[in-house]
Design a protein around this ligand. Structure first.
Ligand SMILES: *Cc1c(COP(=O)(O)O)cnc(C)c1O
Length: 400
């Protein structure tokens, strides 16, 4: 009899007790708004920003309402607006082109490699088309950041990093989010820390961060921030930067602070689960695991593999047979957008040129979440189910 898995792929761990206690204190005193402080009090939100800046080594940090809001704020702070073009990954999630559309700009999509990172050759060809690259470290895969920054610096292209899947990760020891002008994070339930909704923005750029703080809805209360540039930096920009409210509140910040303190340990746990699945899939017929270079300090809260050049019916068989055995896989190559997955050509508000090399890879990408509520044994079982079904479909469909 074939084994099945009964865990839930969307089940997160509970909020740590320290976070629950801190949240209760905020609710008891009632000062949930970040600028609602009494004499001598430092708001939870301001403390969170200070701590995340220290953790990443950034000079400045701003907590906001969502990861998508962090992206639009970074774009606006870089002066991107109506009619501009912004380079971004073809392999990403809908909030990324959505952020570009939100500021009235148009995405220019850059291809993906078999290792699921941005295609630097394609990027180089397109660098002349925009002055900002919104780089998505999609599903936690980090490209050669030294090479990418050298290309962008030479072309005068500003880099904004979307680190929704790379909080806690690094390239060659430098945290993801510390390479570009801004690093943007999401603290939404499905990311590396969980406040339901929320986002963080880091930068070393004083004027850019002053603009971001004004944009987020600071009124003239920016001196209540701690991981912020000095008041002089606001002297001029405060008159010409619109308030587009998207602040974080003290309740979410209270929940997040203990989670951030525990992030390195959690990252280690994700990687144990990831390696268990990866080892279980290694060498399966017809299946390719993306290569991860030694310089990539990854945090694998999900795993991807490729069924490259498989006929769609064979891929579909793997998905449905795995689903019947309790293993929830997502297919980025599906013709119709579904759940969290969609393809660059399903975002019809953004015109895209044909990208056959990228289409071939997208058509083969299978994705699976690795929630920390799973054990190593769960992951070994999941891997054996996937391996079974992949090898069976491979044989049955005579995949070349
Ligand atoms: C989740 C996500 C975002 C946006 O985060 P929200 O907090 O949901 O707005 C941006 N980019 C990627 C790749 C994401 O997965």
């Amino acid at each position: 009899m074939s084994k099945t898995f009964t865990g839930r792929f969307t089940q997160q761990e509970p909020i740590p007790q320290a976070g629950i206690d801190a949240a209760l204190r905020v609710m008891q005193h009632g000062r949930l708004h970040r600028y609602n402080v009494i004499e001598g009090e430092i708001a939870e939100t301001a403390r969170l920003e200070e701590e995340f800046a220290a953790q990443t080594g950034a000079a400045f940090c701003l907590a906001v309402a969502s990861g998508g809001y962090a992206l639009t704020t970074a774009l606006r702070a870089c002066g991107i607006g109506h009619g501009d073009r912004v380079l971004t990954n073809a392999f990403t999630l809908a909030p990324v082109p959505g952020a570009i559309a939100a500021v009235g700009a148009t995405p220019v999509f850059v291809g993906v490699t078999e290792d699921l990172v941005i295609d630097l050759a394609d990027l180089e060809r397109k660098l002349g088309q925009a002055r900002v690259l919104l780089l998505s470290h999609m599903r936690g895969h980090i490209c050669d950041m030294q090479a990418l920054m050298a290309l962008c610096d030479r072309a005068g292209v500003t880099v904004i990093e979307d680190c929704a899947h790379t909080m806690g990760a690094d390239w060659n020891g430098t945290p993801s989010g510390r390479w570009g002008r801004f690093g943007c994070y999401s603290t939404q339930t499905y990311k590396h820390v969980n406040s339901g909704e929320g986002g963080l923005l880091i930068s070393d750029d004083a004027e850019g961060m002053a603009r971001a703080i004004m944009l987020s809805g600071s009124y003239m209360l920016f001196d209540r921030h701690r991981a912020a540039p000095p008041p002089e930096t606001f002297a001029q920009i405060k008159y010409d930067t619109p308030n587009i409210s998207g602040r974080m509140d003290n309740l979410r910040a209270a929940i997040l602070r203990p989670q951030l303190a525990d992030l390195p340990r959690q990252c280690g746990r994700w990687n144990v689960l990831y390696r268990t699945v990866a080892e279980g899939l290694e060498g399966a017929a017809g299946l390719t695991l993306p290569h991860r270079p030694a310089a990539e300090g990854y945090v694998a809260s999900s795993i991807q593999f490729l069924l490259l050049d498989w006929p769609p019916a064979a891929v579909q068989q793997v998905l449905s047979r795995c689903a019947a055995r309790g293993v929830e896989l997502k297919w980025f190559g599906g013709a119709e957008p579904s759940g969290f997955t969609s393809r660059y050509d399903s975002w019809r508000y953004a015109q895209a040129d044909a990208m056959p090399d990228t289409d071939r890879i997208l058509a083969g990408i299978i994705d699976m979440r690795l929630p920390l509520s799973f054990s190593r044994d769960d992951c070994a079982l999941i891997a054996s189910i996937i391996r079974d079904e992949v090898e069976q479909a491979f044989a049955e469909h005579n995949v070349p």
